[in-house]
Design a protein around this ligand. Structure first.
Ligand SMILES: Cc1ncc(COP(=O)(O)O)c(C=O)c1O
Length: 456
């Protein structure tokens, strides 16, 4: 096993380890030259994959300073406001179950009924294997929610963005997206071959400058923003983006993955939060994996768009139809969400309480609105991973988010709130975070600990 020879090597290796585990992109590291292997060696060895040896080295560095691996933990129960891992109970802030609908009797009951009637699989693409009533019911319910003509659901939220954007745009076109947009949007843009231009986060003025300078160079243009941003927990000024898309003749797409069930008085989404008509947005995208406690993604929009995607988008045409119990669960969850706005209100109260207490303790919560997503920004990857590790030892499960998922200096812990957290639990969590962060900042530095362990 290779060990780092200097503390700063250990630190760099560890920072790079956590970076790798959370934020790997498809991009090859810039410094890696692709060389032919020596004549007596084969390149067909998985251990020689770019970054693999580095990954092992980084894991060794983490082991060296006694940090557990915060990723891929096995939960032994339904992970909501609480969870159980290796027999221990934890306060849990790592699930997207914003309204506590995962395991709700109506949601699980709908899934069970669908299994009894249709089994667990749609078996093939819907073009080939045909529809199940649950697909159509879910699509009708989502289209009604956004007041659009139609909707199509796909088996993955990520694949929904990739395939839809890949199918809508072509090389003469352009996509303008928020700098913090989800990876699936960027990947879809790359697939499409369209030009990709990003503008500063939540900054319509920056977008306007870009539009002014470049819109005329392209045929079609798509602007993509999110509802509630998944790293920062803030939201855009939708009206400003609607105004720009009209003025510069663009389509506007909102990825409301984290907005549905969260934003607006009834959790309808970004349009309700901003007091804008849903119909002012051309394409509503979302995922079924968050509030709707299922799995998959959706596009809601004009019938021509939906018909086009159903007949041409690779991720729909060449991929299996949604599993019947997952479609039924999502539809039931949407019904409960709409019937019980008190869940949305509870989530808001919990998020607001967390945010207010965090601010009182002097924690940096960035631009979070205090709803479903609240970051505690600590400033570097190693600190974020160590804080997460210390909190885990004190019964709190929360994930570190580090470079390149976010810039290194804004490495953070990201807390997902649910309507089911209790006020006592939240107060205790924030107090523990403040205590551990303060201990981390005033105690022996991590480098000193590393040196002490190595007898340096
Ligand atoms: C904004 C956004 N869009 C799309 C996705 C992909 O959704 P899924 O995880 O359901 O595939 C995510 C995932 O977290 C997301 O945060």
């Amino acid at each position: 096993m290779t060990q780092p020879s200097r503390p700063q090597d250990g630190r760099a290796a560890l920072a790079s380890f956590v970076t790798n585990r959370l934020g790997r992109t498809n991009a090859r590291p810039a410094s890696t030259e692709i060389k032919a292997p020596p004549a007596n060696e084969s390149a067909q060895d998985f251990e020689k994959l770019t970054g693999y040896r580095e990954l092992r080295l980084q894991r060794s560095a983490a082991d060296l300073i006694g940090l557990g691996n915060p990723f891929f933990r096995v939960h032994e129960t339904r992970a909501g406001a609480n969870t159980r891992i290796e027999g221990q109970t934890y306060s849990n802030y790592s699930s997207y179950d914003y309204l506590g609908l995962n395991g709700h009797p109506a949601v699980s009951g709908a899934a069970r009924k669908a299994i009894e009637a249709f089994g667990t699989s749609a078996s093939a693409s819907r073009i080939v294997a045909g529809e199940r009533p649950g697909h159509l019911k879910l699509e009708r319910a989502l289209a009604a929610h956004y007041r659009t003509d139609a909707c199509v659901v796909l088996v993955s939220g990520h694949a929904t963005n990739v395939t839809a954007i890949g199918a809508i745009l072509e090389a003469p076109d352009v996509i303008f997206h928020d700098a913090l947009i989800h990876n699936s949007v960027v990947t879809g843009a790359q697939l499409s071959g369209a030009q990709r231009r990003s503008f500063a986060h939540n900054d319509p003025a920056a977008l306007e400058k870009l539009l002014e300078a470049t819109r005329h160079e392209h045929r079609r243009a798509l602007i993509v923003i999110e509802g509630l941003y998944s790293m920062d927990g803030d939201a855009p000024d939708l009206a400003a983006f609607v105004e720009l898309k009209r003025r510069y003749d663009c389509w506007l797409m909102v990825d409301d993955a984290h907005g549905l069930g969260v934003l607006g008085r009834t959790g309808a989404g970004l349009h309700e939060h901003c007091g804008v008509e849903a119909g002012d947005v051309d394409i509503w995208m979302g995922t079924l994996s968050k509030t709707l406690s299922s799995c998959g993604g959706y596009i809601c929009g004009p019938s021509a768009l939906i018909e086009y995607l159903k007949c041409t988008a690779g991720g729909f045409v060449y991929s299996v139809g949604m599993s019947p119990p997952l479609a039924a669960a999502a539809e039931a969850a949407l019904t409960v969400m709409q019937a019980e706005p008190e869940r949305v209100e509870r989530l808001r109260r919990n998020g607001n309480q967390f945010l207010a207490l965090a601010k009182k303790h002097g924690l940096n919560t960035g631009s979070s609105l205090g709803l479903a997503v609240i970051p505690i920004i600590v400033g570097d990857s190693l600190k974020a991973v160590t804080l997460s590790d210390r909190l885990f030892k004190r019964g709190i499960n929360v994930q570190p988010i580090i470079h390149p998922a976010v810039p290194e200096r804004s490495s953070r812990l990201r807390f997902f709130m649910t309507s089911e957290h209790t006020p006592e639990q939240i107060a205790q969590t924030v107090a523990t975070v403040a205590e551990e962060l303060s201990a981390l900042e005033t105690g022996a530095t991590l480098i000193e600990q590393l040196m002490a362990r190595r007898g340096a």
